[in-house]
Design a protein around this ligand. Structure first.
Ligand SMILES: Cc1cc2nc3c(=O)[nH]c(=O)nc-3n(C[C@H](O)[C@H](O)[C@H](O)COP(=O)(O)O)c2cc1C
Length: 196
C-alpha cells in the first residue's frame, strides 16, 4: 500500500511540512510504503488551457509533472498538505491541481475508468492558517474536494489548525503532531483491514 504525501508549502520545515511528516511516519509505522513530492522543488508550468489533453487525457506539456502523474494514479492514499494563502491553497499547490485537468478529462469527458480494480483510493487534507475566522478553510476545502474527485479519491478526512503562523509554531500545539501521527497510522491499519 502506497501513501503519497504532497508537500504544498514553499516553506520547507514549516507547519504543514511537520504535520505531513508526522502523518507519513504514522502511515509508515502502520505498514505503508511512503512517497513524497515537494511541489516547490518541481519545475513545471501551471495549466495553460491549451486543450491539448481533450482527445487523449494526456497533458502535452513537457516538464516535471510527467513524473508526478503516474504517482498520483498509483497511490492508495494521497495526503495533500498546504497552508492557507489568501483563503486558498498555495500557488504551488494550485498549479499542480490545475495540471490535473488532463485527469479530469479522462474521467469526465473520455469516461475512462482508472483501471484500479475497484480499489478505493483515499485523499486526506492537512492545512493551517494564521488567523481564526470561521471560513478560513472553506475555499481550500472546495478546491481540494474537486482535486480528489478528479483523481477518483474519496475525501477521507482532514486535519486543520487555526492560529498557527511562525515557522514550526505547530510544535507548541498540545496535540497536533500526535494527532497527525495517529491518524496516519490508523488510516493505514483501516485500509489494510478493509482489503483483508
Ligand atoms: C502569501 C501568504 C498568504 C497568507 N494568507 C493567509 C490567509 O489568508 N489566512 C491566514 O489565516 N493565514 C495566511 N497566511 C499565513 C500562513 O497560512 C501561516 O503562516 C502558516 O502557518 C504557514 O504554514 P507553513 O509553515 O506550512 O508554510 C499567509 C501567509 C503567506 C506567506
Amino acid at each position: 500500500m502506497i501513501v503519497l504525501g504532497l508537500f504544498g508549502s514553499p516553506r520547507r520545515g514549516g507547519n504543514t511540512d511537520l504535520l505531513l511528516e508526522e502523518m507519513l511516519k504514522g502511515a509508515e509505522e502502520g505498514g505503508a510504503q511512503i512517497e513524497r513530492i515537494i511541489i516547490s522543488e518541481l519545475k513545471f508550468s501551471p495549466c495553460i488551457e491549451c486543450h491539448g489533453c481533450d482527445e487523449t487525457g494526456e497533458c502535452v506539456l513537457d516538464d516535471d509533472m510527467e513524473k508526478v502523474y503516474p504517482k498520483l494514479l498509483e497511490a492508495d492514499w494521497i495526503i495533500l498538505a498546504s497552508p492557507i494563502f489568501f483563503y486558498g491553497v498555495t500557488a504551488w499547490t494550485k498549479a499542480l491541481i490545475d495540471r490535473v485537468q488532463s485527469l479530469w478529462v479522462r474521467k469526465y469527458r473520455l469516461k475512462l475508468t482508472p483501471g484500479d480494480q475497484g480499489r478505493r483510493r483515499k485523499g486526506f487534507f492537512i492545512s493551517v492558517g494564521a488567523t481564526r475566522g470561521a471560513k478560513l478553510f472553506d475555499g481550500a476545502r472546495l478546491t481540494v474536494k474537486y482535486f480528489f474527485d478528479a483523481l477518483g479519491l474519496d475525501f477521507e478526512g482532514q486535519l486543520l489548525f487555526k492560529g498557527v503562523e511562525g515557522k514550526g509554531d505547530i510544535r507548541t500545539h498540545p496535540t497536533a503532531l500526535r494527532e497527525a501521527f495517529e491518524v496516519g497510522k490508523a488510516s493505514v491499519n483501516r485500509t489494510l483491514k478493509e482489503r483483508g
